[in-house]
Structures are given as structure tokens and as C-alpha cells.
Design a binder for this molecule. Structure first.
Ligand SMILES: C[S@@+](CC[C@H](N)C(=O)[O-])C[C@H]1O[C@@H](n2cnc3c(N)ncnc32)[C@H](O)[C@@H]1O
Length: 256
């Protein structure tokens, strides 16, 4: 973080990537394992040179791991956040395997902005809980339209089973205690991370724009695994089930 703090003309994109990862891991200690299983399932179902859509890509966390593991893959990252996209653009500026697209996933015409009509895999993480159920169901219909037959969609996110309220409460309480402990040892949370971005000479302007778009954070839903799997089947996927879960998170795979 110190590099990014002291940058004047250009930002240290790798330092921003690292600090983004640390901030996200504060919420999701199993984040790297979740990405690893996601890429295992990409390999199992569509091979090692896939054309991938990194949906709500943020800084391009999935894209970075995809290309490190599968150098022959290509990726289109889509997001609406100008600051996170600036970090992604800085990171992948000289990589012609990556295309970045600014689009609102609540806009039904977002697929028209993509450079390709179809993808082997559409991958997303820690993002779709920013949408409420109705726009998310619409988005799943649009995702089904861009995944080729035999291709996959994977969503790694918080998915809450409302039939287990006591388990949920105990898990949440433990997670929050651990988060507070980590914070005491200096980990940056969401708000502090954005405060730092707002002070960076390069990221200040796009950070101001992202606050105009989202406020602090969009307000969506966290439906159950069953809801996600059912809606994905209704929208055109043939099979859908979790391929990984933690006490708070699920990686759901849908096969077209
Ligand atoms: C917590 S970040 C996760 C980013 C990345 N997938 C990761 O795991 O690091 C959530 C992302 O969802 C994006 N997002 C939320 N709602 C969106 C929308 N309606 N259209 C496009 N992107 C959206 C946000 O801009 C943000 O980049």
C-alpha cells in the first residue's frame, strides 16, 4: 500500500491489486481456494484455452488468476465501477488477451457492448449480491444468452439458507469476531480502502465518480443456492449445483 500512497503521476497497479485482495480476504478468508476451484471446474468443463467473460470484474481478480494458470485463455471484463476498472486497465494495459468493458449489468442491453457473441465460461465472484432478485433473474437470462451450448456459468457469492437461522447467526457472529481481530492487526476494511483510493492522485477522480454511481455499496439480495440453481435452469441452463461451499459462501456452477 505504501507504493500506491506515494505515487504521483501513475499508480502502482500491482500494489493496488494486492491491497484489494487483502481487503476482500478480510471478508472472505477462503477467497483464493474459491478461485482455485472455479478454475479447476473451468478446466474440467471447457478446457485450458477458454474465452471467458469476467462478470462484474472489479480489478480483474478472476482474469488475473485465469491468465496465470491458462496462458492461452482470453478474457473480457465487464464492470461499472470507474475506479476498479482503472486498476484493471492499468494492470492489463499491455495484455491483448484482455478487453475491458464499462457496462451496467442492470441495463438489458449490456451484452451488446461485448466484443464476442458467445463465451465458453462466464465467471463472477462476490458481486451479484449487489442486485435484487428480479434484476438478478433478468441478468441470468442474459448470461444464458452469451454462454455457448456446453459452456459454463459460475457464481461465487454469499448465498443464504434461510431455513437455518441459528447456524447462520452463529457463523456470522464468529466471522465478525475474526474480522474485528484482523482489523485490530491493521487490515483495511471496505470503507477505509475506498478512503485510501480517494486520496490517490490517479484514483481520486474515478473514485468520486464511483460514489456518484453506487454510494458506499449497492443494496441487493443474497438468495439461497436453491433459488440460484432453479432460476438458472429456468433461464436455459441444463444442470446447476454447488461445486464448493464454506460456512458463508457458495460456488455455484451451471452448465448450458
Ligand atoms: C466486491 S467487487 C468484486 C470484484 C471481483 N469479482 C473480485 O472478486 O475481486 C463487486 C463488483 O461488482 C460490480 N457491480 C455491482 N453491480 C454492478 C452492476 N450493476 N453493473 C456492473 N458491475 C456491477 C462492482 O462495480 C464491483 O466491481
Amino acid at each position: 500500500m505504501t507504493d500506491a500512497d506515494t505515487t504521483t503521476a501513475t499508480a502502482d497497479w500491482q500494489a493496488w491489486q494486492k491491497s484489494w485482495d487483502r481487503q476482500q480476504e478480510w471478508y472472505l478468508p477462503d477467497r483464493e481456494e474459491r478461485f482455485r476451484i472455479m478454475l479447476d471446474m473451468v478446466e474440467a468443463l471447457v478446457g485450458t484455452a477458454p474465452r471467458v467473460l469476467d462478470l462484474a470484474c472489479g480489478t480483474g481478480s478472476i482474469t488475473a488468476r485465469l491468465l496465470a494458470r491458462f496462458p492461452d485463455a482470453t478474457s473480457t471484463g465487464v464492470d461499472l465501477d470507474p475506479a476498479l476498472l482503472a486498476i484493471a486497465e492499468g494492470t492489463f494495459a499491455s495484455d491483448d488477451r484482455v478487453t475491458l468493458v464499462t457496462a451496467d449489468l442492470k441495463d438489458p442491453d449490456w451484452p451488446a457492448k461485448l466484443p464476442y457473441d458467445s463465451y465458453d465460461a462466464v465467471l463472477t465472484a462476490t458481486a451479484l449480491h449487489w442486485l435484487h432478485r428480479e434484476p438478478l433473474a433478468d441478468l441470468y437470462g442474459q448470461v444464458a444468452g452469451v454462454v455457448r451450448d456446453g459452456g459454463v456459468f459460475m457464481n461465487a457469492d454469499h448465498m443464504i439458507d434461510e431455513t437455518t437461522p441459528r447456524i447462520n447467526a452463529a457463523e456470522r457472529a464468529q466471522r465478525h469476531v475474526r474480522m474485528e481481530q484482523a482489523r485490530e492487526s491493521g487490515v483495511l476494511g471496505w470503507t477505509e480502502w475506498w478512503q485510501l483510493a480517494a486520496k490517490d492522485p490517479v484514483l481520486a477522480e474515478p473514485t468520486a465518480r464511483r460514489y456518484e454511481i453506487y454510494g458506499d455499496h449497492a443494496d441487493g439480495d443474497m438468495p439461497s443456492v436453491e433459488w440460484h440453481a432453479r432460476v438458472l435452469r429456468e433461464k436455459g441452463f441444463g444442470e446447476a449445483r454447488p461445486v464448493w461451499c464454506s460456512p458463508s459462501d457458495t460456488l455455484l456452477l451451471a452448465l448450458k
